[in-house]
Ligand binder design. Sequence first.
Ligand SMILES: CC(C)(COP(=O)(O)OP(=O)(O)OC[C@H]1O[C@@H](n2cnc3c(N)ncnc32)[C@H](O)[C@@H]1OP(=O)(O)O)[C@@H](O)C(=O)NCCC(=O)NCCS
Length: 376
Amino acid sequence: MAEYSKGLEGVIAADTKLSFIDGEKGVLEYIGIPIGQLAEHSTFEETVFLLWNGKLPSKGELADFTAKIRSLYALPDGFIDRIRAIPPSAEPMHVMRTLISMLSFYDATPNDIKPASVRDKALNMLAKAPTILAAFHRIRRGMPVIAPDTSLGLSENFLTMLNGQRPKPTMAKALDVCLVLHTDHGLNNSTFTARVITSTQSDVYSAITGAIGSLRGPSHGGANEGVMHMLNEIASVAAAEKFIQNKLEKKDKIMGFGHRIYKAYDPRATHLKVLAKALAEETGNIDLYDKSIAIEQVMLREKAAKGIYPNVDFYSATTYHCIGLPLDLFTPMFVVGRIGGWSAHVLEQLGDNRLFRPDVNYVGPHNVNYTPIDKR
Ligand SMILES: CC(C)(COP(=O)(O)OP(=O)(O)OC[C@H]1O[C@@H](n2cnc3c(N)ncnc32)[C@H](O)[C@@H]1OP(=O)(O)O)[C@@H](O)C(=O)NCCC(=O)NCCS
């Protein structure tokens, strides 16, 4: 029997060629390329190609891949009517979980797990996730749905469908960088979930749906919304120090800080911090950035010695807010990016599959006599 590790901490559960993390040095690479280079030079579509193919695309390959994604933006006939049937009060993460799953109804072979078919299905989910999110948001606000524009890249098209107007290039680019930074991240909880489901030879829709459920949790992708709530709660930059100290005294976790793997500055946060500052200046939200800096200073002073630093979610909150995303769309946006990584892991798992089935350490009683119900 192997040693028990609560939360599977330190347990290696799969081989991967996708992303490499050095948590002590704060390094993240996709297929060996440092995340900073991808954030600076790549696009979300190209990054997904990289992960799915293990190499950067040629010009022709990228054009084909992008064209395929764009051809899949539109939702199937009747899908919008189903979105209209959803109560406007539904939480967008629950909507994403249910509607991404529902795409399988429109697939003639939903259970096909041959690699080519899985790629098609994954591309379909990736292309349609922004359309679903924008349509739900507009319907719940009583606004007309905007059809996707296949002449636009995924990020620009999403913001156009969401707001009914083309975004400024800086905003579309910023969203795209966020998606690149969120695409993959080792065997995080939601990716593990996708691989666990895949290991039963279940379908890719189930794998992605399960992963969305995992991502929603405040210990995982849900933390970006938690950060925004915290920033809204803090009245001013000057009030940040006391607010954080009070929370730490109560042993509350500060959202956007800490990580199971990183014991150094999360390299994604390094890039998002720069992006958040530029966008905050551009959009008149510098107070949000300044509050974030004040929080970070207290946290570094109090917690850096324990290896607790800002993670990906900390500066994504300000970034998403400045891009104009409503607060409850922050985590769904993470879904859009991470579908690229989850799918890459599903393909990798299928390529060398073994059923995940860990053991448990039974700590309950034995040989207990059954007591009839009228004697209890
Ligand atoms: C991400 C997270 C779940 C990783 O946690 P983990 O590896 O399970 O570590 P633990 O929760 O066991 O924390 C270890 C210690 O650090 C402290 N700690 C961890 N994250 C902290 C945070 N954000 N704020 C304050 N203290 C924190 C814990 O209180 C604990 O202290 P203790 O040893 O005195 O009890 C955790 O850091 C967290 O909840 N962060 C906030 C949520 C968040 O931002 N999630 C997004 C991750 S990308």
